[in-house]
Design a binder for this molecule. Structure first.
Ligand SMILES: NC(=O)C1=CN([C@@H]2O[C@H](COP(=O)(O)OP(=O)(O)OC[C@H]3O[C@@H](n4cnc5c(N)ncnc54)[C@H](O)[C@@H]3O)[C@@H](O)[C@H]2O)C=CC1
Ligand SMILES: CC(=O)C(=O)O
Ligand SMILES: [Mg+2]
Length: 681
C-alpha cells in the first residue's frame, strides 16, 4: 500500500528529532554514510509499522519543514504545520505525527505548557502534554525549583542544558529572570567544571566540531549547521580554557556558554549564534588517556600547521556566512595575539580575552579610580600575569591615559607587568616573547625583582591586577603591602585589587580575604562571582559588595553593536567605546553602594548602552555599512531613536508586551489555569 511506502527522501520524517527543521544536525544535507543509511532504513521499518501515512503526505510535510528551516520562518511552521492534509483513505492516521509531536520536540517551537486550547487542537497536541495550561511565571518557578533541588552545580547545569534542548524560550526566560543565580552555572565558574568533564557529560551535539583532519571539508561542515545566517560565532581551539589550560575539544563548553550569554545578556536570537571548536588535538595527557575523550587523539600540531588550519577556517566561514562576526575565545597566548593581528583588518572578528577583557577592566577601573581617592595621574599599576588578558588590559588602559593627554611613554610607564619570572624587564636575561616587549621596563637600573612582594616594595602601587590563572598568589602579605603603599599617601586612599582569573579555583584571592586584609578599604573586582561579605561590628553588620569584572559586560554588547551596525570590522575605537560606555552605566543605587560595575541583573541594560555606543563608533570610523539615510535619521533623533532600534531587535522571550503590562492586562504574577476541554480532538 502506498501509505506504507517510505521514500528515502522522506525517511528523516520517521524520527521526530532529526526531522525538525531547525533541530541541531538535521537539515539540509541528506545522510550519506553507510551507518546513517542503515539507521534511516531501520527507522523507516519501525515507523512504517506505526505510522501508515502516505509517502506523499510525508514528503509534503518534510518539504514544508525544510522550507521553514531554510527561510528561518518559525511562524510559518507553527501556523501551518498542523494543517497538513491527511490521507482520507487510511484507516488510522496519528495526528500527532502530522504536527504535534514535532512541535514539542523542536526547542524553538515548543511552548511547554503554555499552548492555548486552540493551539492544542490546531497542532494535534491534545493529550501529548498534561492538561494544565500554565503561564510563564509558573513554568519558570518549576524550573527554579528543579534547579534548587539539584545537588551540585554541574547537575544544575545539566538540568538547564536539558531545558535548553527542549524549550529554548523558557530556558532563556529562566536565565534572564534569574541571571544572578544562573549565570554562574551556564558560565564561569561552573562551565569550567563542565568543560573538564565534557566528554563524559556529553549527550547531544550543540556546536560545530571541526577537526584538523577534516580541514578539506570545512565548508561542508559549516553548511551542515541547521540554522540559516548565524550572526555571531564563538570559536575556540580549547588550548587555554579559562585558567584550566589545554582542554582540547572539551573546551567547546566555553563557546556554548559565551553564546548563551550573547542571547541572555544582549538578546541576540539563539538561532543566530554558532559555537565552534577547532579540534587540532591536545597536549593534555589526561584527555589523551581518557577512553571517553571525544576529540582527536593527537598532540597539537606545529604553529605553522595550526595557522593554515585557522586560515582555512576563516576563509570558509566568510564564504559560507559572509555576515557572521567571529569571536576568538581562549586560544593560548601566542595564537591569541597572532590571529588577532592576522585577521582583524581582513575579517569581522575580535579576540575576547585581549580586547573584551581590556575593555571590561578599563570600564571598571574608571569607576575604581573615582572611589580610590588617588588621582588618575598618581595611579601606579602592577599586573600579575603578562599573558593575553594582562597585556590586553594594560594596553586598553594605556589608550585611556593617552586619550587624557599623557604621552604614550608616560602612559606605559604607569604599568609594571610581572610573570612567573618576576618583573618583566629588558635585561632580566630571558628571551621575551613578542607580546611582553611593549611593557618591558628599562628603568630598573639592572635590578631584577623576582617576587611580587619585591615588586610592590619597589613600585608602591595603588592598584594590583591579577590575570595569572593561579589561585592564591595574592597572599596576605601581598595585599597588606598593597594597602600600606596606598595608605602612605594620606588617609582615605583605597587600594584597587582585581583578582580576575577564572574560574573561582584560580582566583588570585577571595573577596573575604581582600576585605579582611585591607580592613574593608578595598575596591574589588573578580573574574568569577563572589558573594557579598558581611562583617559584624557590635550590634550592626557592615555589608561589603564585590564586583564581577568579567568580559560578559562587554562582549555581548560589542557583538550586538557590531552586528546591528553591519560593521565590516571591529576597530579599536569600537572596543574603546565599549569600555567608556560601560563606565557610564551605573545607576544611583549602584553608585551609592560603591560598585564599579552594574549589578549583574542589569547586564542587559549595560549591553544595550554598550551596543549603542559601539554602533556610533562604527559609524564614526566608517565601518558601518548601514544606509546613510538611516544614520541621518538617528542623528536627528539622538540616542532615543537608536536605543529604540536596538530594543526592537533584541530577543526577550515570553515577555508580555510593555503596553499590556502598563494597561494592567498582564499581571506580574498570574494564576495558572487549566486548559479548557478542546472543542474537537
Ligand atoms: N575576568 C575576565 O573577564 C577574564 C579573565 N581571564 C583569566 O585570566 C587568566 C589568564 O588568562 P590569559 O592571560 O589569557 O592567560 P595566559 O596564559 O596568556 O597568561 C597567563 C600569565 O600569567 C603568568 N603567570 C602564571 N602563573 C603565574 C604566577 N604564579 N605568578 C606570576 N605570573 C604567573 C604567565 O607567565 C602569563 O604571563 C585566566 O585565568 C583567565 O580565565 C581571561 C580573560 C577574561
Ligand atoms: C572570562 C574569560 O573570557 C576567560 O576567563 O577566559
Ligand atoms: Mg576567555
Amino acid at each position: 500500500m502506498a501509505y506504507n511506502t517510505y521514500s528515502t527522501a522522506s525517511s528523516d520524517i520517521s524520527t521526530p528529532r532529526s526531522t525538525s527543521p531547525s533541530s541541531v544536525f538535521s537539515g539540509r544535507t541528506s545522510h550519506t554514510s553507510a551507518a546513517s543509511k542503515r539507521l534511516s532504513l531501520s527507522l523507516q521499518r519501525r515507523q512504517s509499522a506505526f505510522n501508515p501515512m502516505s509517502s506523499v503526505d510525508i514528503a509534503s510535510i518534510e518539504q514544508r519543514m525544510k522550507m521553514a528551516a531554510l527561510d528561518g520562518l518559525r511562524g510559518y511552521a507553527q501556523n501551518h504545520y498542523g494543517e497538513v492534509k491527511q490521507d482520507k483513505t487510511t484507516e488510522y492516521i496519528p495526528k500527532a505525527a502530522a504536527g504535534g509531536y514535532q512541535v514539542l520536540r523542536e526547542p524553538l517551537w515548543n511552548k511547554g505548557l503554555s499552548f492555548t486550547p486552540e493551539e492544542r487542537v490546531a497542532k494535534n497536541l491534545t493529550g501529548l502534554i498534561p492538561h494544565a495550561m500554565e503561564n510563564t511565571d509558573t513554568q519558570v518557578e518549576r524550573c527554579m525549583k528543579m534547579i534548587r533541588t539539584r545537588q551540585t552545580p554541574v547537575d544544575k547545569y545539566l538540568y538547564l542544558s536539558s531545558l535548553k534542548a527542549q524549550n529554548l524560550d523558557l530556558f532563556y526566560r529562566v536565565l534572564i529572570d534569574n541571571v544572578r543565580d544562573l549565570m554562574p552555572l551556564v558560565y564561569t565558574p561552573t562551565i569550567g567544571d563542565v568543560c573538564l568533564q565534557y566528554s563524559t557529560l556529553y549527550t547531544r551535539p550543540e556546536a560545530l566540531y571541526i577537526s584538523i583532519k577534516q580541514r578539506k571539508s570545512i565548508r561542508t561542515i559549516l553548511q551542515n549547521w541547521p540554522h540559516a545566517n548565524p550572526e555571531i560565532c564563538v570559536v575556540t581551539d580549547g588550548s587555554r580554557i579559562l585558567g584550566l589550560g589545554d582542554l582540547g575539544v572539551n573546551g567547546v563548553g566555553i563557546s556554548i556558554g559565551k553564546l548563551a550569554l550573547y542571547t541572555g545578556a544582549a538578546g541576540i536570537h539563539p538561532e543566530r549564534t554558532l559555537p565552534i571548536v577547532l579540534d587540532a588535538g591536545t597536549n593534555n595527557e589526561e584527555n589523551l588517556k581518557d577512553p571517553l575523550y571525544l576529540g582527536l587523539r593527537a598532540k597539537r600540531p606545529d604553529p605553522a600547521v595550526m595557522q593554515e588550519f585557522v586560515d582555512e577556517f576563516m576563509e570558509a566561514a566568510r564564504e559560507v556566512f559572509p555576515e557572521m562576526l567571529i569571536q576568538f575565545e581562549d586560544f593560548e597566548t601566542e595564537k591569541a595575539f597572532n590571529y588577532l593581528a592576522r585577521y582583524r583588518d581582513e575579517y569581522k572578528c575580535f579576540n575576547d580575552d585581549i580586547q573584551g577583557t581590556g575593555a571590561v577592566v578599563l570600564g571598571g577601573y574608571i569607576g575604581a579610580v573615582n572611589l580610590s581617592n588617588v588621582p588618575l595621574e598618581d595611579q601606579r599599576l602592577v599586573f600579575m600575569g603578562a599573558g593575553s588578558a594582562g597585556v590586553g588590559v594594560a594596553k586598553q588602559m594605556v589608550e585611556y591615559y593617552t586619550r587624557r593627554g599623557l604621552s604614550e611613554q608616560a602612559a606605559k610607564d604607569k604599568f609594571w607587568l610581572v610573570d612567573t619570572k618576576g618583573l618583566v624587564t629588558w635585561d632580566r636575561g630571558d628571551k621575551l616573547p613578542e607580546h611582553k616587549k611593549y611593557f618591558a621596563r628599562s628603568d630598573n637600573n639592572g635590578h631584577q625583582f623576582r617576587t611580587l612582594e619585591e615588586v610592590i616594595e619597589y613600585v608602591r602601587p595603588s592598584a594590583l591586577v591579577g590575570l595569572t590563572a593561579t589561585f592564591g598568589v595574592f597572599t596576605e602579605s601581598v595585599v597588606r603591602a598593597l594597602k600600606a603603599s596606598v595608605d602612605a599617601g594620606g588617609s582615605g586612599r583605597r587600594p584597587i585589587l582585581f583578582p580576575l582569573s577564572n574560574p573561582l579555583t584560580k582566583a588570585e584571592c577571595t573577596f573575604e580575604q581582600a576585605v579582611q586584609w585591607t580592613d574593608g578599604t578595598v575596591i574589588f573586582a573578580s573574574g568569577s562571582p563572589f558573594s557579598p561579605f558581611a562583617v559584624k561590628s557590635g550590634d550592626a553588620a557592615v555589608t561589603y559588595w564585590p564586583n564581577q569584572g568579567n568580559n560578559v559586560y562587554v562582549f555581548p554588547g560589542l557583538g550586538l553593536g557590531a552586528i546591528l551596525a553591519k560593521a565590516s570590522k571591529i576597530t579599536d575605537e569600537m572596543v574603546y567605546m565599549s569600555a567608556a560606555s560601560l563606565a557610564e552605566c551605573l545607576n544611583a543605587e549602584e553608585i551609592q553602594k560603591g560598585l564599579i560595575y552594574p549589578h549583574i541583573e542589569r547586564v542587559r541594560d549595560a549591553s544595550l548602552v554598550v551596543a549603542r555606543e559601539v554602533m556610533k563608533a562604527a559609524r564614526r570610523e566608517g565601518v558601518s555599512t548601514l544606509p546613510e539615510e538611516q544614520w541621518v535619521e538617528w542623528e536627528e533623533w539622538g540616542d532615543v531613536a537608536l536605543t529604540k532600534f536596538i530594543k526592537d531587535r533584541v530577543y526577550d522571550p515570553l515577555k508580555p508586551p510593555e503596553e499590556e503590562v502598563a494597561a494592567g492586562l498582564q499581571q506580574p504574577k498570574q494564576e495558572s489555569t487549566h486548559a479548557a476541554e478542546p472543542a474537537a480532538a
